[in-house]
Design a protein. Structure first.
Length: 307
């Protein structure tokens, strides 16, 4: 059976992602300029957070565009792995920004130097602008957020950044009403504490894919047990599962079957094996490769291959 890794919804995804990227990038530039004018750590941290949003949205947009291209003999999986590499890079940037912001927040709170916010009203205006932009982006992406993992990741990224904008607005309001400038450092620290765990999780998930670990939620021992329960299957060996990109798990295995099977018997067994992986487990694996082997067939084991 031929497999395809393109999506008919790619054009719609591409348009929505480009619109969201345009909004986010515009606000990012405004936040960076305003952060240097006001000397606001909360705003600078939120701008760093938004920079990660931009990188994720760029990756998602590129992925939506490139996923429409068919794989070829050079790139047999197309450009699917690109989103994982970009996600790992974005996570590293986010982690660096979060650690720096947390350190800077501690220095401003407990250090000797006094840092005054030069224009709190500008800070409030930009915070509200960022929040409005996040709401617009959420509205653009919400209708298609469940179409695939790429769209879901972009949607969650914008949702998370909206919390940072709320922190900036809250910081500005507190400083306007109390005059306590150090609350800006507290808000910056809160945003940083939101960023660091998410960066670590993003990086961990990306590394899992790059190391070709078994997809989360898929127990290979259970898979082996179910495959071996298929009638006329004797044993399963060289069982491997990994993830090519978000939402694209794959599995391959050598399946030992009884001797004397006809082509029709083999086809029936293959269908049962494929249906098992598609429907039985929490993680559906539609892309599987099975090598059927008759009893007594001898092939090099992995240990022998690497001697």
């Amino acid at each position: 059976m031929a497999h395809t890794h393109t999506t008919p919804q790619g054009a719609g995804h591409q348009q929505r992602l480009i619109a969201t990227l345009s909004v986010t990038l515009t606000v990012f530039v405004v936040e960076v300029v305003a952060a240097f004018i006001t000397d606001s750590l909360a705003l600078l941290t939120d701008a760093g957070h938004m920079l990660t949003d931009v990188s994720v949205l760029v990756a998602s947009t590129i992925t939506a565009i490139l996923m429409r291209r068919k794989p070829n003999s050079t790139r047999t999986w197309g450009w699917a792995r690109l989103e994982i590499i970009t996600a790992a890079c974005g996570a590293l940037v986010l982690l660096f920004v979060g650690i720096y912001a947390l350190f800077e927040a501690c220095m401003r709170l407990f250090g000797d130097s006094e840092t005054a916010i030069s224009d709190v009203r500008l800070l409030l205006f930009v915070g509200i602008l960022g929040l409005v932009a996040n709401i617009v982006s959420i509205t653009i992406l919400s209708s298609q957020r469940g179409d695939n993992m790429n769209m879901k990741a972009a949607f969650l990224e914008v949702m998370n950044d909206a919390l940072g904008s709320v922190a900036v607005v809250a910081s500005a309001l507190v400083m306007l009403t109390t005059g306590w400038d150090k609350f800006d450092a507290i808000a910056g620290g809160i945003i940083a504490l939101m960023m660091i765990p998410r960066a670590i999780k993003l990086l961990h998930n990306a590394v899992r894919v790059l190391l070709e670990e078994t997809p989360q939620g898929l127990d290979l021992d259970e898979v082996r047990k179910h495959l071996e329960s298929v009638p006329r299957v004797v044993a399963v060996h060289d069982l491997h599962a990994s993830t090519v990109s978000t939402g694209l798990p794959i599995l391959m295995a050598h399946v030992v079957v009884e001797n004397g099977l006809t082509m029709e018997d083999g086809a029936a067994i293959l269908k049962q094996l494929q249906d098992c992986l598609r429907e039985h487990f929490p993680v559906s694996v539609p892309h599987t490769t099975f090598q059927l082997e008759p009893e007594g067939y001898s092939s090099l084991s992995i240990e022998e291959m690497h001697r």
